[in-house]
Ligand binder design. Sequence first.
Ligand code: T68
Length: 829
Amino acid sequence: PESAHPLGATHPLALAPVTGPASSVDGFVRQFLRNLNYERGVPLSASTPNDRYMAFAMTVRDYLMARWLEDQKRQREAQAKGVAYLSAEYLLGRQLDNNLLATGLSEIATAAMETCGIDIDDLRAQEVEPGLGNGGLGRLAACFIDSLATLGVPNTGYGIRYEYGIFRQTFEDGQQVEQPDSWLRLGSPWEFPHPEAARTISFGGHTETYDDEGTERSRWVPAWNVLAVPYNYMVPGYLNGRVNTLRLWSAKATNSFDLRVFNSGDYEEAVRSQTFAENISKVLYPEDSTPQGKELRLQQQYFFVAASIGDFLASLPADFDPANLPDRIIFQLNDTHPVIGVPELMRVLVDEKKMAWEDAWGITQKCFAYTCHTLLPEALEVWSVDLLGRLLPRHLEIIYRINDEFLVEVRERFGDDEMRIRNMSIISEFPDRSVRMAFLATVAGAKVNGVAELHSQLLREKVLPDFNEFYPGKFTNVTNGVTPRRFVRLSNPGLSTLITEAIGPGWVTDLERLRELETYAEDTQFRDAFAQVKAANKRRLGDVLRARDGVEISDGHMLDVMVKRLHEYKRQMLKLLHIVTEYEGIVSGRVAASDVQPRTFVFGAKAAPGYVMAKRIIHLINAVGSVVNDDPRVEGRLKVLFPPNYNVTLAERLIPAADLSEQISLAGKEASGTGNMKFALNGALTIGTDDGANVEIRELVGDDNFFLFGMSEPEVEALWARGYKPAEFYQADDGLRRAMDLIASGAFSGGDKTVFEPIVSNLLYDDRFMVLADYSSYIAEQAKVDAAYADQDAWTRSAILNVARCGFFSSDRSMRDYIERIWHTPPVI
Ligand code: T68
């Protein structure tokens, strides 16, 4: 019987109040030493840095444990509706500091380590961040679960425990080389494996019909299974005693799987099959916007989604009526990666729970909602019917039936408009018969949302217009946000202290309160203090880059930062053309180096390993960097830095140090951006196009505090319609021509004209993302940036106003929007 006690024990000793270790320096030290001795099996004197890090992390964990157990119990008993966030990626970043912050233990822990002669910074440095995501989408999931815990909303994040996360990037001769990210090599103190709770996930085989007491039913006869082993991670709310769960699934071979083969005497085959099964969660696909339709990827998707849905259903009481599912759960689909969950829930309800199709479909349509994160057509996931039918034959049947019934409704509404039917069919016939996952998600989802106002508008008007017409009210917007805990409070302690001294500590969970800083923008003392924080952050970054890459940041330089995945639509090339233009001006003698505003240009970007053009651009950035940095004529006034392996940990140091944030995608291509928000909240000014959430940032901070350039989305469309000829822009602009010619001349490749020729000719004759068309406007705006930076005090004022006016971009606000408009899951007190 379940006792009233969160630990579930009936023993009288366990009925004492559940508390963690004593919240004192002594209590912390005692628990730390206990963990070192009893969990690591070493005395302090013989411990390694990893032992000390592990014991320290376990100690922090111990303070959260009672809360976690209580919350799990509370959420079971409250029977409140919760959110199951389904995401193939979580880009968590380091956990230690976040958990110290959430528990309010930082000071005690620091003092405790001092008494042991340990520098807490050495412990921090030990942690390898779990890089279980590619970029914005994965980091957004991590921000969202942080906010849900902070708001006290019942939530389980479901995903995949990749053994290898996003690759570690190194440069060899300026070119990207990928190294495996073995983040688990030294063990992770934050995870709790539960092999006993493993779920069996099936694949392959065929379907058959059978007579079920007079009713003809279908069933799936799978060919092979794997085990999904859950690993639980704590997701603590900020100083509110709440701890939600992130449950990541790891693939393991089933016993039956090996045994069958083993019994046949083929040991090697048994081991091979095991490897095959365990490959499913082996590695994160590093493609961030061009899914390749690989079988293993579909296996990953079904693996984690089937395990997650099964896990949730198994958590319900045995007598739970599945008709009431929508009162208990909303499955939020983070992009199309988990959409196979739609036919999976249908299969469970119809085949296993023996529910009528219509009833099951009604429930399913209330239990899912879909977030789209892209506008690029090549990023919209499709699965070939061939592959789907081979791997998940029953799911394919279900998808066909969903589509048949959907198309009947479409015909009823619009008549036999064959063009429209073809355009709306979940199954596309060309070039190969395939399933359009975004369409399936849209038909099944209670709501469909984009991630910024402009994106949601384009989604309705350009990507899914027929669906928008067919389902009035289904489409909505929730503008992305970022967690102020990690991206201000933790990453920018100097600014945080300054803000708290001015307006109190409430802003950390109520970010709109940053508005109160507006008046401080007029206060000279505050401006000075703010500028000093920025300068200190640059020195902190300098320390990190010196230790990590052996490079220096020069004093007095404006820090101009572009960090994000390398993609042509994001236009790192535009930034690079600006640098080359500045450089060319100096070396040609047209501009005196002494007249150039000193700037350090920082890039951080990984390219998908198979994306050849992106890798060439990385090569060119590095090549330009080494020429510019070493040319004495530049007098050190221009500097290019490209620290390898940009990740969350580096972002946390870079963003607070930045003066200028580069958000320069072609209008209509970046769904939202979230880096843009992080920079603005840390007092960088943005140079950006009217794209994604830049639009909303500019509206909030005001035109005077934002450097806008480039074509608007309608202007982009108009130029395409007229016929875009990039070479005309090259001919018409002297600066552009000189910059392009300098690259083409081999100036950055030791005289070799072939190396970067594909980049130059791509820009001249194709230029899908209209770099050349926006060049002159970008250069003109950069001149305004230089002029503005010359007045440091006015710049600082603008920077403060950026901070003060960007409270809207807290992921707490995003979560409230989802809760009100989509989920209807109030906090559980
Ligand atoms: C990003 N998308 C958007 N995708 O590009 C960005 N894709 O504008 C937005 O701010 C962010 O999502 C959050 O909404 C991605 O990051 C991926 O990483 C991805 C991964 C696998 C397959 C496709």
